[in-house]
Every structure is written in C-alpha cells, then in structure tokens.
Design a protein around this ligand. Structure first.
Ligand SMILES: [Zn+2]
Length: 169
C-alpha cells in the first residue's frame, strides 16, 4: 500500500464502462528542485481528465502549485504560482519509440512521480522575484543590506551579498 495522495484506480476505464472521467487531487506536497520548493500551503491542485486509449489510458490536465524560491538577482525569498501542463500516456506495454509513456502494471496507479516530474519540469530556469527586480547590488542603502552586516551566518544569501559588497569597496 502506498500513502501517496495521487493514487487512481482506472479499472472502470480499462473495462470500458467509462470512456473518460475527471480526476482531481488537492494535496500538500513539499517537492524541491535546487533552490525552489513547492510549499505545502496552499496545497498542490491537480485537475486531470483520464481517458481510455488502446493499451491503457491518457491523463491530461493542469497542476497548479505555489513555489518558494530565492531570487537570482536580489537573493530575496519569494513565492510564485506555477502551472504545469500534465499530459502522459499510462500503458501496460510500451513500444520502444514511445518514450513519453509510463509503464503501469496494475489498475491502481500512483500518479505522484508523474505529477512530480511535470511540476518540477515547469520550474522557471531563472528565478526572479519579479520582472522589475533590480537586485540588491544596485541598492546598497536598502534595509536588506544593512541587515547583511549584522548577519554572521555563513552560507546564507546574506553572506553572499556581503561578499559582493566587500568586493565593491
Ligand atoms: Zn529579486
């Protein structure tokens, strides 16, 4: 048994008693990639349509999550809403040339790794707290800079900032 909140039972679809049906998951997750983390609150919201195809099903829809990240420019933490398109085939047998399909071996399918991949792939390559972020280095008088001189922690964004400032002096 799995404790994943993203398990679906597609027996009805495989039997053909249903052609398509919606499936929605709302669950807190804490997935991380690099400096970016999906926050648990508000929870990840996944709205999918499941449809029977030859040899399995397709699942398509949207996953909406809130991510916390560190701005590449000003080193500040910020939260942003992410939307990832999910579109995958779940097949009992996969042809060699169908690289996008996931293999399943049971009508009880845990979609967590699939949704996780799609959401993490949707992370922006460059993290900016806003398009208009000018960065701290251009604002040496800002409050964050003042705080940086009082912060002894090493490895924090502020220590990186302090190094930058000392280089300038
Ligand atoms: Zn920023």
């Amino acid at each position: 048994m799995t404790s994943s909140p993203f398990v679906v039972d597609i027996t009805d679809l495989l039997r053909g008693s249903t052609g398509t049906r919606p499936e929605q998951f709302v669950a807190p997750v804490e997935w991380q990639l690099g400096e970016t983390t999906i926050v648990a609150e508000p929870p990840l919201d996944v709205a999918l349509t499941l449809a029977r195809i030859s040899g399995g099903i397709v699942a398509f829809g949207t996953a909406t999550a809130t991510a916390r990240s560190t701005c590449d420019r000003c080193l500040g933490e910020y939260e942003t809403k992410l939307s990832a398109v999910v579109q995958v085939s779940l097949l009992f047998e996969v042809d060699e040339d169908d690289e996008d399909a996931y293999i399943i071996d049971s009508p009880r399918v845990d979609l967590e790794p699939i949704i996780r991949d799609e959401v993490l792939l949707g992370f922006p390559v460059r993290s900016l707290c806003g398009d208009d972020c000018v960065g701290l280095v251009d604002h040496p008088e800002s409050d964050l800079n003042t705080d940086a001189h009082d912060t002894e922690a090493t490895g924090s964004p502020f220590s990186v900032l302090r190094d930058l400032l000392e280089t300038r002096e």
